[in-house]
Write a protein that binds this ligand. Structure first.
Ligand code: DOR
Ligand code: ZN
Length: 348
C-alpha cells in the first residue's frame, strides 16, 4: 500500500442479489468485475429450494458473467432458500455435492421475495440440525415480522426472540447474521463464539435513516433492514474497522428498476454493486483504518466459510470515481448507490 494505491488480494462479496433473466445479465457483470466469488441470494420467484434449481441458476450466472471478470473468472456460491417444509437431508446432500455453499433463512414476509420464508423456527429444527452436522452455514435475515414491533426495532428484537435461541440450541452451527444495521447486532456478534459472524453493507456504513427523508422521500436509500440512527452507523463503522475477523464484506446489492423503486409502494433494495469496493474503501480511509481493509474484503469471509483465499490482487487508485446518476441497459434503468457522488478511490 502506498499513498496513491491500495493493492489487496481479490475480494469476495458474501451476500448479493443477482436476480434472473434480463436483470441478471445487467447486474452480474458489475459484481464479477470486482469480486472473485459471491454468495448468491436465492430469493428468486420461485425461490431456489432444490439442488437442481441451484445448479441451473449457477449455470445462468456463469453464462451472464463469462468474460466479464477481467479473465480471472467469477465463481457463484449458491444458497438454498429455507421454507417451512425444506428437507434437511436434501440440504446436506446439496452441500456435500458442492452445490449449496450455505442456506438462507428469511422470516416469512420479512422482505422482498420472502413470502415463502420460514413462519416459525420450530418448522426447521431438523434442517438446522442437519446443517450443523454438515458444517453448512446458516445465513440469517435477522428481523422479526411482528407488525406490533417498530420497524427500526425489528433487528434488535430478533436477537432476543429468535437469534439467541438458534445459537443456544445449535451451538455448532456456523451462522452469519446478514447485513447487520444496529449496535445491538454488532455487540451480539462480537460476544458470540467463533461460529458466529456478520456481513455489513456499504449503505449501512454510509447513511443513517435521515437519508431516507432528506428534503423528501428518497426511495433509492430504502432497503431492508432499513438504515437506523447515526449511533448505529457509527457502531458498524467501529465493527468493520476494528480488525475483528467476525465481520466481512457482503454488499446486499439488490437491484430494482427505477420504475418499481419510484412508486407508491417502492421495493426495498439498494443497487450498490457498480462501485461497491470503492464505497467500502471510502469508509476505511475516512476511519484511518485502511490497514484492516484487506482482511474485511478478502480474508475474513473465506476463513469463516472454510474456503481458500483468492489468488491475484486488485488495485484501487486515488484518482477518484464519479458515480453516474443512472445506468441504462436497454429497457433496464437503475439508480446506483452514491449516484452523482465522487468517491475517493477508483478500482483500476
Ligand atoms: O433491501 C432488501 N432487498 N433487503 C432484502 O433483504 C432483500 C432485497 C431484495 O431482494 O430486493
Ligand atoms: Zn439480501
Amino acid at each position: 500500500m502506498t499513498a496513491d494505491h491500495i493493492t489487496i488480494r481479490r475480494p469476495d462479496d458474501w451476500h448479493v442479489h443477482l436476480r434472473d433473466g434480463a436483470m441478471l445479465s445487467v447486474a452480474a457483470p458489475y459484481t464479477a468485475r470486482q469480486f472473485a466469488r459471491a454468495i448468491i441470494m436465492p430469493n428468486l420467484s420461485p425461490p431456489v429450494t432444490s439442488i437442481d434449481a441451484a445448479r441451473a441458476y449457477r449455470q445462468r450466472i456463469i453464462t451472464a458473467t463469462e468474460g466479464r471478470a477481467g479473465g480471472a473468472g467469477f465463481t457463484p456460491l449458491m444458497t438454498a432458500y429455507l421454507t417451512d417444509h425444506i428437507d434437511g437431508t436434501m440440504l446436506a446432500e446439496g452441500h456435500a455435492a458442492g452445490v449449496f455453499t450455505a442456506a438462507k433463512l428469511y422470516p416469512a414476509h420479512a422482505t422482498t421475495g420472502a413470502a415463502h420464508g420460514v413462519s416459525d423456527i420450530a418448522h426447521i429444527r431438523g434442517a438446522l440440525a442437519a446443517m450443523e452436522r454438515a458444517g453448512m452455514p446458516l445465513l440469517v435475515h435477522g428481523e422479526v415480522t411482528d407488525p406490533a414491533v417498530d420497524i427500526f426495532d425489528r433487528e434488535a428484537v430478533f436477537i432476543e426472540r429468535v437469534m439467541a435461541g438458534i445459537i443456544a440450541d445449535f451451538p455448532g452451527l456456523k451462522l452469519v447474521f446478514e447485513h447487520i444495521t444496529t449496535a445491538e447486532a454488532a455487540d451480539f456478534v462480537m460476544a458470540a463464539g467463533p461460529n458466529v459472524a456478520a456481513t455489513i453493507t456499504p449503505q449501512h456504513l454510509h447513511i443513517n435513516r435521515n437519508a431516507l427523508f432528506a428534503g423528501g422521500l428518497r426511495p433509492h436509500f430504502y432497503c431492508l433492514p432499513v438504515a437506523k440512527r447515526e449511533r448505529h452507523r457509527l457502531a458498524l463503522r467501529r465493527a468493520v474497522t476494528s480488525g475483528s475477523p467476525k465481520f466481512f464484506l457482503g454488499t446486499d446489492s439488490a437491484p430494482h428498476t427505477i420504475g418499481v423503486k419510484e412508486s407508491a409502494c417502492g421495493c426495498a433494495g439498494i443497487f450498490n454493486a457498480p462501485h461497491a469496493l470503492e464505497s467500502y474503501a471510502a469508509v476505511f480511509e475516512a476511519e484511518g483504518a485502511l490497514a484492516h481493509f484487506e482482511a474485511f474484503a478478502s480474508e475474513n469471509g473465506p476463513r469463516f466459510y472454510g474456503l481458500p483465499l483468492n489468488q491475484g490482487t486488485v488495485t484501487l487508485t486515488r484518482d477518484g470515481v464519479t458515480v453516474p446518476d443512472r445506468l441504462e441497459h436497454g429497457d433496464i434503468a437503475l439508480v446506483p448507490f452514491h449516484a452523482g457522488e465522487t468517491l475517493g478511490w477508483r478500482l483500476s
